[in-house]
Design a protein around this ligand. Sequence first.
Ligand SMILES: [Fe+2]
Length: 280
Amino acid sequence: MSVKPIRVAQISDLHIKAPGKLAYRRVDTAQALSRCIGTLNRLTPAPDLVVISGDLVDTPTEQEYQHLTGLMAELKLPFAAIPGNHDSRDLMRRAFPDHAYVFPSGALNQSIELDALDLLLLDSSVPGKPHGELDGPTLEWLESQLSPSTHRPALLFLHHPPFLTGIGHMDRQNLCNAADLASIVRRHPRVQLIASGHVHRAVLTAFAGVICTICPAPNHAVALDLAEFHAPSFAVEPPAFHLHVWFPGEPYGTVVTHLVPLGEFDGPYPFFDAEGKLID
Ligand SMILES: [Fe+2]
């Protein structure tokens, strides 16, 4: 097993529009992605990979994907992307001709080996619908990917959360066949993380005995409305992304997820002076 940590940055829900268009007439999602890419490029040590967990564009159109790929050209790190409910599988295949999607048509699943770690990227999108579902071929593929090994740690990524957040209008469009995913995950204890998006907020729970996260967005957040007091709403809260760090160890190592705020901030400043004394 590798002796070095493996770092996977996850960004989610970019919602890139045509140039000059704001999301919901208010949010400059292109500017938000550029700020996000700036933060990713400044990370030291650099992540081994960036995973984009869906909703890369907004409506979706070819022009939006062209805008997206132009913005992504500034990223100095390798990246992989899976669709969300705002994406088009066909347009994504055309936008990323070099990406190793497993099926020649249908779901855009990917398997990526990062040294001692297996990443399985699952397409939970349902064309034309807001909710998510892992289709039959994707579930069979996931089982076939997890079965050959019992010892390699695996991280799963998909757009739609397989659990309820308490935000009603989002919960009604989450992963509708979460039980199918749970039964596979329970058969394979090497699954160490299930990382999703869709809700534009940092959320954490346990699902089928595994840590399960929702990654915040670089732009707007779905409003934290846990009692349906409001119509579905968004708020421009501090944007962020997730940095998942896998540390080696037995039997499967440890995954630690950091929340990385986006922007330029004061610091870092040392705690100690040149003599090693705490600065007070
Ligand atoms: Fe979504």
